[in-house]
Design a protein around this ligand. Structure first.
Ligand SMILES: Nc1nc2c(ncn2[C@@H]2O[C@H](COP(=O)(O)OP(=O)(O)OP(=O)(O)O)[C@@H](O)[C@H]2O)c(=O)[nH]1
Ligand SMILES: [Mg+2]
Length: 294
């Protein structure tokens, strides 16, 4: 576990919020949690958590029921120990295999499940950006927004650990394969080399201390998403994960890595492509040029 980001200096989120982007967002609406039940160890008042988990899907028909079941099993177990009520939002890009219909059926059955339908496959990044805007606009005023893959490579059992890190002073908690206690299962040596090499490359070019920059199992404090210029985020594939983490670090937010074990998917196929690979590789140079850090 490590703390990264300008020696954990805090960004002034409200000062960064552009005036035309609804600084009153969330006030005077049903469901706002106003009581400061605790503080987060840094003296900041802490709201009772209301997390939402964004799950982007493209052709994940066989995985979706499993990931929903595992998610609610994990979060119900946490709730039994005083944990919060998690909600889920599936962001589907008109999956030809009918994943969107399955998601709709799950939402009818369970009011913790929400679905966003998009017109066609546009990549992971745009799907998450859509989900972020939805989460920030939602009247429940979610305190934390998670990113989680649908293919069970991100085991929902880690959700409470990621939330706990954000309640304990981190602005972003990142499920990490490359810190002690983390790892992968069922990967070829080639895939391991590409993934580790990619993280090392991005980390070196950008000059940051995060071990798993390409990881996509994350918990953001809402204030981070409110402060970042989401409209400027351009990457579509896994480079999106590098871009979000780097932008947060450049804005002075803190990232803590939580070890996770990442098994290969059992069902469905990867959406990784050479195009996504090269987009990720080139995006780090653009980020370094556009957002130099001191
Ligand atoms: N909505 C949406 N979801 C996507 C898109 N591309 C990928 N996803 C989802 O994003 C998550 C990660 O995609 P994966 O194909 O597992 O990619 P990956 O995890 O980087 O690669 P693997 O480890 O090889 O599986 C999965 O839940 C996908 O269904 C897309 O264009 N739109
Ligand atoms: Mg995957």
């Amino acid at each position: 576990m490590g703390c990264v980001g300008a020696q954990c200096r805090r960004a002034d989120a409200s000062a960064r919020w552009p005036p035309d982007e609804r600084p009153d967002r969330g006030r005077n609406i049903v469901g706002v949690v106003t009581s400061a039940s605790a503080n987060d160890g840094l003296g900041r008042p802490q709201e009772a958590p209301r997390p939402v988990i964004l799950i982007p899907t493209y052709n994940e028909r066989d995985n979706l029921p499993l990931v929903l079941e595992a998610t609610f099993a994990a979060t119900e177990a946490a709730a039994a120990n005083g944990g919060p009520r998690y909600e889920v939002c599936i962001v589907d890009d008109a999956s030809p295999d009918g994943t969107g219909d399955l998601a709709d059926a799950a939402a009818v059955e369970d009011d913790r499940v929400h679905v966003l339908h998009r017109a066609g496959k546009q990549g992971l990044g745009p799907a998450y950006l859509h989900g972020f805007r939805w989460a920030l606009d939602h009247p429940r005023r979610f305190t934390h927004v998670f990113e989680m893959d649908a293919d069970l490579s991100h085991d929902p059992k880690y959700l409470p650990d990621l939330l706990a890190a954000c309640q304990d002073g981190a602005d972003i908690a990142l499920g990490s394969r490359w810190v002690p206690g983390g790892g992968i299962e069922g990967w070829s040596l080639l895939r391991l080399a590409i993934s580790r090499g990619g993280s090392l490359y991005a980390r070196t070019v950008l000059g940051v201390g995060v071990s798993d920059l390409t990881g996509g199992f994350k918990c953001f404090r809402r204030e981070v998403l409110e402060a970042l210029p989401l409209a400027d985020v351009r990457t579509r594939g896994y480079g999106f994960q590098i871009e979000m983490t780097y932008r947060a670090l450049a804005a002075g937010f803190t990232v803590r890595e939580i070890p996770i074990v990442f098994p290969d998917r059992q069902h469905g196929t990867s959406k990784m492509s050479l195009k996504i690979f090269f987009e990720g590789a080139s995006s780090v140079w653009r980020l370094r040029r556009d957002l130099p850090r001191d």
